[in-house]
Design a protein around this ligand. Sequence first.
Ligand code: GLU
Length: 483
Amino acid sequence: MCGIVGYIGRQDAAPILMEGLRRLEYRGYDSAGVAAVRGGALRIYKSKGNVRDLERLVPPGLKGTPGIAHTRWATHGEPNDRNAHPHADAANRYAVVHNGIIENAQALRAQLLAQGVQFRSDTDSEVLAHLIAAMPGETLEQTVRAALQMITGAYGIAVLDAERPDALLVARQGSPVILGIGEREMFIASDAAALVRHTPRIVHLDDGEIAVVRADRYETSTLEGGPTVKVPLVLDWQSEALSKGTFAHYMHKEILEQPDAIRRTLSGRLDKRFHTAHLGGIEMAARELLAVRRVKILGCGSAYIAGCVGAQLIEQIARIPAHAEPASEFRYRNPVIEPDTLYLAVSQSGETFDTLAAVQEVTRKGGHALGIVNAVGSTIVRACGRGIYLHAGPEIAVVSTKTFTCTAVAFARLALHLGRLRDLSAARGERLLSALERHCRGRLLRLWPTRGPSTRSPGRSPATATCISSVGPPGTRSPWRAR
Ligand code: GLU
């Protein structure tokens, strides 16, 4: 999956951008590139292969700000140096990085070719650079806005104007763009992982939104030009959580982080007095929850699989019919949305396109959707307006480990809460609560031999890894089946 990084401020952009690209490498890509403005001119370097190949190409000590960079996952044109981003217009004034697909690129390309424009790549994205150059307008915002109004498809973009290096422009339609607010410097990225080393204060753009980003401020507006107000969120991620430390693989590190992550998912949410669990973020009164007759869980990939576990927990513990469905299919089958069904959208990143589209289908038809999400402030959280955060911390490995486990634990909390509102007895509620607490104390199945480095704090139980297929030490009965 592709990535965008950008910087504007007093520092030279290149080292910040290269470090940001390295943070996004885990997402996979086929080529990478960087552009910075220096002395009113664009300096662009791009190459097929990985970020290390690009580093060999970029002159050491490359000066200039602002700058943008990209890791590409080719959709239009093969992965090669020419097709890598950033792309520039014929006069080398504007540089563009783009995540997504411009659906009407072919038609626009034909029009631009007829006007004599010469293309240097086979990508859909290059169309945007030439369109921006062709648009009338006094400011970068006006020209980019006019160009985006001609485009259909999905995009997250960042644009540089070599003649006006006091601002960067970013826009979003279906592909995430996040601003990182620093001290008289601003960072942009398609993924918070590339920002948190610099600042915990972030702003997520919404679909159809543009931001003009200057070193000391940002202004957001809709594609049509109406101003919008965005208040920064503060992420509680520690930047060490994003580094591999002494581990050979993020996946190994994240497996071993599971007990701590589960503790955060459950922290302060177990109620021993009433043998139930609290659900701070769902903001539904007991009466509304009692009216729920069915639960439908929507997710993609491992979030869908965690949803299957969740459906079983809800059905067995709360005795409410529950079913998980791949979010990618949901909107295409014109689903019936029932007012007494609770729709749960599960996504670790909170940016999964099909899950977001499923939420939009539910809400468009008057249904209630709650999110079960790890990434604070992400698009699905905002689309649902309420839900449960996992607090698992950043998960860098593509394979889900701790977020999968924490999603299942969040479902257990929800099932316990719904069950105790109905006929789950206090005795059974108490047993479930104790089982969840055992997870917090780390009495878990060891999935991976704990040789070598570990993230354990001194004095903690040696059993540090877990897997949701075992909810207690080997040989114990599943607490979910305990009567
Ligand atoms: N469609 C663009 C290309 O093929 C962007 C792909 C991406 O999202 O990285 O270059």
